[in-house]
Design a binder for this molecule. Sequence first.
Ligand code: TYC
Length: 110
Amino acid sequence: MAGPNTPRRNGDGPGTSVITRTKPQTKRPSLYRVLLLNDDYTPMEFVVHVLQRFFNKTTDEANRIMLHVHHHGVGECGVFTYEVAETKVTQVMDFARKHQHPLQCVMEKK
Ligand code: TYC
């Protein structure tokens, strides 16, 4: 029979306990801003179209952001997780190149 001096494995005797984690071990992903940069050559209508097509902006929002970039040199199109931001930048840069516009799109960590 098992007595007080019987060797025990972890978890099956007095003085042994399991501490359960109650905090969910999740981490919020880092976020990245996608920015458009101003230049002297890309037509305003093209920039508005980019904002509508790739960032789902309304005509009003797209015009507001485009004019902000035109006047201040840089403006935010949206905030995304790393891979989504990277995809947006690639899509915009490919689209601008295809139409032979020098429009630049970049991402930065928030
Ligand atoms: N500055 C450009 C022009 O006068 C318009 C423009 C706006 C270009 C925003 C790029 O990200 C940009 N035609």
